[in-house]
Design a binder for this molecule. Structure first.
Ligand code: ADP
Ligand code: MG
Length: 251
């Protein structure tokens, strides 16, 4: 269901010198980052380093001050772009599961499919049920979100993000608001998605998970990518002193 027409060699995402300031504070100081199809990229870094701003810039919740973002070859930071249409090509999940409480699980999952992507009710429901079944939540299709645990709600939020076949999944600290015993089921789902080829860019503070599941780890420090590499390289043999200091604090 991907809207992509570019050939497979075109990166899914390409950030070129992305700069974002708030007032006189430089939060992203010239980010260059390429995400290829099927990569699972873990964005790590201290609180305040700019991870959320980077993700919000990519899905056009923030405007760049300089540089550009290409989504499968299209410059989405071009001011003439249709931002809603671009956002529909991303699947985004934030820290706080923001399901609509007055809609059933299935209606939450199919809402964008029906109203943004114009899929008919029956076809959207079939697609939604298939996805819920895949993550073991089909029995909750007619339930309201408050009947589900936090982990189940966050899995529904992931299913909702996947429903319209996004080109890339953007995940921002999606387990950090969960009770510890609920984190595993959510990370397990992300692991499965990565293994089945979903392109994922995720900000995370789950270092063991990043080491285990990411194909590449990117360390952000004060709005700068200090270091990136394979999980083994970043966690096993970090080259930059800032990376080492950060990992010493959090692992
Ligand atoms: P992280 O997700 O890595 O914790 P953020 O991207 O949330 O970092 O924040 C990076 C910096 O940008 C922080 O100093 C934060 O206070 C600042 N910031 C984020 N959003 C805004 C905003 N809307 N207005 C002003 N400052 C902001
Ligand atoms: Mg954040």
């Amino acid at each position: 269901m991907s809207a992509s027409t570019a050939d497979s060699a075109t990166p899914v995402l390409r950030l070129e010198n992305v700069v974002k300031t708030f007032g006189d504070r430089v939060v992203l100081a010239g980010i260059d980052l390429t995400v290829d199809a099927h990569e699972v990229i873990a964005l790590i870094g201290a609180s305040g380093s700019g991870k959320s701003t980077l993700l919000r810039t990519i899905n056009l919740l923030e405007q760049v001050d300089d540089g550009r973002v290409l989504l499968t070859g299209t410059d989405i930071t071009d001011p003439r772009i249709d931002a809603d249409a671009v956002r529909a090509r991303f699947g985004t999940v934030f820290q706080h599961y923001n399901l609509f409480p007055h809609l059933t699980v299935l209606d939450n999952v199919t809402l964008a499919l029906r109203h943004v992507h114009g899929v008919g009710k029956a076809a959207a429901a079939a697609r939604g049920l298939e996805l819920l079944d895949r993550v073991g939540l089909a029995d909750f299709a007619r339930s309201y979100p408050d009947r589900l645990s936090g982990g189940q709600q966050q899995r529904v939020a992931i299913v909702r993000a996947l429903a319209s076949g996004p080109e890339v999944l953007l995940l921002d600290e999606i387990t950090s608001a969960l009770d510890p015993e609920l984190v595993g089921e959510v990370l397990e789902l992300v692991r499965d998605l990565g293994a089945s080829g979903t392109t994922i860019l995720m900000a995370t503070h789950e270092m063991a998970f990043a080491r285990d599941v990411a194909t590449r780890v990117v360390f952000l420090d004060a709005g700068v990518i200090r270091e990136e590499g394979t999980p083994d390289q970043i966690f096993g043999a970090p080259r930059d002193p800032r990376t080492r200091a950060f990992l010493d604090r959090v692992t």
